[in-house]
Design a protein around this ligand. Structure first.
Ligand SMILES: Nc1ncnc2c1ncn2[C@@H]1O[C@H](COP(=O)(O)OP(=O)(O)O)[C@@H](O)[C@H]1O
Ligand SMILES: [Mg+2]
Length: 184
């Protein structure tokens, strides 16, 4: 769990019905973490600084609170880097992906963005998503990409994500900017 978000939880997230993240998003993330939905994947997508990572971590903490297993938070770029390195080192990449999914109750891939995509990283993402799909494992993705982008990237990823995900679009102003304005 990153130090920056050590204190992040549902209670210190501000919901705002008129020009911010609506309360129902918090309720949905909370219920998702408690396993109230059939969908095992939560996709928080949209604008930068909208609290996607904050809510993703809050949901992870909730999954962790009700299960005995472990959760892993991994920035998307680092995940792909690690998988590429394991390919170069002739480690068994597929085994690495399988053990990631088996080891952790809940994986969070944070900040998936277009620049991370190469042919190899898309294939790695497919292998991971497919394993999550087969194992009914819990996955959270935060991304600035619209879900339709996955359709053009890889139909196999899109189709699985479509079946197994709850998708929440974030479309508000950057919260980080709001904080600065309030201090000056
Ligand atoms: N609605 C909110 N209430 C409280 N803090 C927020 C809210 N939205 C964002 N933040 C804070 O602003 C910063 C940026 O949020 P973050 O979750 O990293 O955004 P994103 O992942 O959407 O880019 C973090 O410090 C986060 O805790
Ligand atoms: Mg983020």
């Amino acid at each position: 769990m990153p130090k920056k978000f050590a204190e992040a939880n549902f209670r210190n997230f501000e919901f705002n019905e008129s020009d911010g993240v609506p309360k129902e998003y918090g309720v949905t993330c909370y219920h998702w973490a408690q396993g109230k939905y059939a969908e095992n994947c939560l996709i928080l997508c949209g604008n930068i600084g909208n609290g996607k990572t904050h809510l993703a971590i809050s949901a992870m903490k909730e999954v962790f609170a009700i299960r005995t297993g472990q959760s892993l938070f991994i920035p998307s770029g680092e995940l792909f880097e690690q998988l590429i390195v394991s390919t170069y080192n002739h480690d068994n990449k597929v085994e690495n992906i399988k053990s990631l999914v088996h080891l952790y109750d809940c994986l969070c891939i944070d900040g998936l963005e277009r620049r991370h995509f190469t042919e190899a990283s898309i294939e790695n993402l497919y292998l991971l998503i497919n394993r999550v799909y087969l194992e009914n494992s819990k996955l959270i993705i935060t991304t600035n990409l619209a879900p339709e982008v996955f359709k053009e990237l890889d139909e196999r990823i899109y189709s699985r994500l479509h079946e197994m995900s709850i998708i929440l679009p974030f479309k508000w102003d950057d919260y980080r900017m709001r904080e600065k304005i309030a201090y000056s």
